[in-house]
Design a binder for this molecule. Structure first.
Ligand SMILES: Cc1cc2nc3c(=O)[nH]c(=O)nc-3n(C[C@H](O)[C@H](O)[C@H](O)COP(=O)(O)OP(=O)(O)OC[C@H]3O[C@@H](n4cnc5c(N)ncnc54)[C@H](O)[C@@H]3O)c2cc1C
Length: 455
């Protein structure tokens, strides 16, 4: 017999902080909050966290970039001003220090990109999760958030789709880190946009960023034909174009001019150089139906040098072997010249030299969002205060790729996800702080210190 009559089952107390989304942004927020002594419950729709992060580690996890900070900020284009204070709060150097606290050393590659010493994401994620579990972070997998409801006591009820119905989930603060909408099979499908707009968040429509593009080529009658010819597609799809330069006259007088590498695909081009230009190319296509880019197939030689080499007597050799012998143009580069230039150009050495240095490439469509490395669009900064809290919904914070910014590959994406995770977590700490409590301060690696457990 119980000594006391049993009380009717009361509503459980609200969670202190619910983080929804276990990618780099949500995990970073959980780390910051747990280090500050806050009880964190982290939910994710997938059976495990960090799936896109692990995929990012497959080809070498590019954590951040070592270039000067001003240049780094410039990579965020029209959103540079909005993202600058967030990155200043957790800059690339702080990110490297933070990785070191997990026992993960980093190094700067020849291009300035920063990688973990072993290049992998898995050891970092393992050490990170281990630390968070030791700090008491509770992980709830296979929980898909489908909405938020404000309760009269100002807590947030999380509407969850889970194996077992959970009507009991209320939290004093909610931090959303739901990702963008690329690679949906890894968990982030952008479905949150509908219900979050219903809560007053302005959401810029999603678009593919860091994506490949479909090309068009001129037919015999000058008409535009979609994709590559069968010959080029069959023989060269998957072939890398090393080293080339790409120039694009972007919208509003902007200009993209970079050298790097790309890959010929089944119907177009992709790879880091194309990704870097994806924002400009996408805008041009949206505005005028297509984008004209120019490839320099020999960026290490100037036009005069190319012209001089081509003008050398070739004797009985074919033009193809002349190009190969004098300029090392063969394989996919030679095939692209044949594909994209009118026949007459090959009879004019000067015109051919000019085309090698400035080969016109017409791009007609970005590849679908599901194939893109990242997403443009998302929650507009105008809907958020400086703590990344929704102005319309006190206590709801957003971080990571679900925010409306984009950047090229090169470590900028992860750095911004981490930095916005830190900023939103600090915002949560301030939000939960008791009146008069000192607000969160940040130590040298961007972690909050001296903050009492709040709420
Ligand atoms: C192939 C590839 C390679 C990449 N390589 C790099 C790289 O080297 N360097 C770099 O800087 N960036 C890279 N990126 C980009 C980087 O991985 C992403 O920008 C980053 O993972 C985004 O972090 P996030 O936390 O905002 O979102 P995500 O990592 O997408 O995580 C969001 C989480 O939210 C969960 N979720 C979504 N909706 C719900 C819901 N309704 N309820 C519950 N949970 C939900 C998802 O399951 C997911 O776990 C790469 C991306 C890809 C696809």
């Amino acid at each position: 017999m119980p000594l006391h009559p049993s009380t009717p089952s009361a509503t459980p107390p609200p969670l202190q902080v619910a983080i929804v989304g276990g990618g780099p942004a949500g995990l970073m927020a959980a780390d910051v909050l747990a280090l500050a002594g806050v009880q964190v419950d982290l939910f994710d729709a997938m059976p495990s966290v960090g799936r896109k992060f692990l995929l990012a580690g497959k080809g070498g996890l590019n954590l951040t970039h070592n270039e000067p900070f001003e240049r780094f900020i410039g990579r965020f284009g029209v959103r540079s001003a909005a993202i600058e204070p967030l990155l200043r709060g957790f800059p690339p150097a702080a990110l490297r220090d933070w990785a070191q606290t997990l026992g993960i050393g980093t190094f700067v590659g020849s291009s300035g990109r920063v990688f973990p010493v072993d290049m992998k994401a898995a050891p970092l994620l393992r050490a990170w999760l281990h630390r968070m579990r030791a700090m008491g972070v509770r992980f709830h997998m296979r929980h898909r958030l489908t909405g938020l409801v404000r309760e009269p006591d100002r807590t947030w009820r999380l509407q969850m789709h889970a194996a077992e119905p959970r009507a009991d989930l209320c939290a004093s603060a909610v931090l959303l880190a739901l990702g963008g909408a690329s690679w949906p099979r890894l968990g982030s499908d952008g479905a949150w946009a509908n219900w979050l707009q219903g809560l007053g968040a302005e959401v810029t429509p999603f678009e593919p960023s860091n994506c490949g593009f479909d090309v068009a080529r001129a037919g015999d009658a000058g008409q535009l034909l979609p994709g590559w010819s069968d010959h080029l597609r069959r023989r060269f799809a998957g072939s890398p174009l090393k080293t080339v330069a790409l120039s694009v006259q972007g919208p509003g007088g902007s200009r993209f001019d970079e050298r790097g590498e790309c890959v010929v695909t089944e119907g177009g081009v992709e790879g880091s150089l194309i990704y870097a230009a994806s924002s400009a190319l996408r805008s041009l296509i949206a505005a005028q139906g297509s984008a004209l880019a120019h490839l320099d197939l020999l960026p290490d030689r100037d036009l005069t040098a190319v012209r001089n080499e081509l003008a050398r007597p070739r004797g009985p050799r074919s033009l193809a072997s002349h190009l190969k012998r004098r300029l090392r143009i063969d394989g996919v580069k030679a095939a692209l010249l044949r594909e994209l230039l009118p026949r007459a150009t090959f009879a004019d050495a000067s015109a051919l030299a000019a085309a090698i240095k400035c080969l016109p490439l017409t791009l007609v469509a970005p590849r679908p969002l599901a194939e893109a490395i990242s997403t443009a669009g998302g929650v507009r900064f105008e809907s958020l205060d400086e703590s990344l809290m929704l102005r319309a919904q006190p206590g709801v914070f957003c971080a990571g790729e679900m925010l409306d910014w984009e950047a090229p590959t090169g470590g900028y994406l992860l750095t911004a996800c981490f930095a916005t995770g830190v900023a939103a977590a600090q915002g949560v700490l301030r939000y939960l702080a008791l009146p008069g409590e000192k607000s969160a301060s940040v130590n040298s690696i961007g972690m909050p210190c001296g903050v009492r457990s709040a709420a």
